[in-house]
Ligand binder design. Structure first.
Ligand SMILES: [Fe+2]
Length: 289
């Protein structure tokens, strides 16, 4: 009698860099994800921080359903971007009604290193992006490991920022970066500035990381200019080639990342000649500590 039991991994994992990122193949996101399968995906999410699913058809409703496994899905305050009848989805596109490039970048704020939803008291946990249309050049997404960024700091830096809090403000980052498509008075009133610790402890892994990025405007209890200088210095210090993964998209790919321990940015593309359409969904996490 054979006692052999076939143990099957639910998917294949291929690390994308030594530090962060992994490609997950063998999962069909268009189908219902079972709780067991999701647990395995979530373990990989905590381990690798950024997950890449290879090209496949993921209809908008399936993207939202997948996101709900992670937690409560954010309804973004910038409601002009809501997509496909799903207020949970935020579409960034440079196409006109005929599908031609309109020459306008849909959100220049994404070009600077940031972490999604840091301007909110309850910040972003996972962001899930589906690439509908991708340009031939540019429009990449870059990621940086914020655990590694913290670990690289010398003891003097660690001691200096140990108890500091930064004020994050969506109105600040949008206005100063491009001054286009500003928040309405109503949107501004709904999203007043909030403060978070600069050194954050990930609620699930227990590891410390730097929590800053482009929405961080000032430091609590510090003169404005001094706080600005410190934020700029730390944001620059955090990004290091050994800690980054630069993703060049193929249409149909889906990326998920953990905003609690990763910063990201998009790279520019020519919105007059190239087409780029993504669908984004952010899952709410917790108040950082
Ligand atoms: Fe983002």
């Amino acid at each position: 009698m054979s006692s052999a039991v076939e143990v099957r991994k639910p998917f294949a994992v291929r690390p994308l860099t030594p530090k962060l990122g992994a490609e997950i193949s063998g999962v069909s996101l268009a189908e219902e994800i079972t709780p067991d399968l999701f647990r395995s995906i979530y373990d990989a999410f905590l381990r690798y921080q950024v997950l890449l699913f290879p090209p496949q058809d993921v209809p908008p409703g399936r993207q939202v359903a997948f996101a709900r496994h992670f937690g409560e899905v954010q309804i973004h305050i910038m409601n002009q971007y809501h997509a496909d009848g799903f207020p949970e989805l935020y579409r960034l596109s440079n196409l006109d009604e005929k599908g031609n490039p309109n020459g306008r970048h849909p959100d220049k704020g994404t070009l600077s290193w940031h972490t999604d939803g840091s301007w909110s008291r309850v910040t972003g946990q996972a962001t899930i992006i589906y690439g509908e249309v991708m340009p031939d050049t540019g429009g990449e997404t870059h990621f940086c490991d914020m655990y590694g960024a913290y670990e690289r700091l010398d003891p003097a830096w660690k001691a200096r920022i140990a108890d500091m809090r930064a004020v994050h403000n969506l109105d600040f980052s949008r206005t100063r970066r491009h001054g286009e498509d500003l928040m309405t008075a109503e949107q501004r009133a709904a999203r007043p500035p909030v403060d978070h610790p600069i050194v954050r402890t990930h609620p699930e892994t227990g590891r410390k990381c730097i929590y800053l990025g482009d929405h961080a405007e000032s430091i609590v209890g510090m003169p404005y200019a001094e706080g600005r200088a410190l934020i700029e210095e730390l944001n620059a210090l955090a990004v290091h080639p050994d800690l980054t993964y630069e993703h060049r998209w193929k249409a149909g790919e889906l990326l998920v990342w953990d905003n609690r321990c990763v910063m990201h940015r998009a790279t520019p593309y020519d919105p007059a000649t190239q087409r780029r359409v993504i669908r984004r969904c952010t899952v709410l996490g917790e108040v950082p500590v």
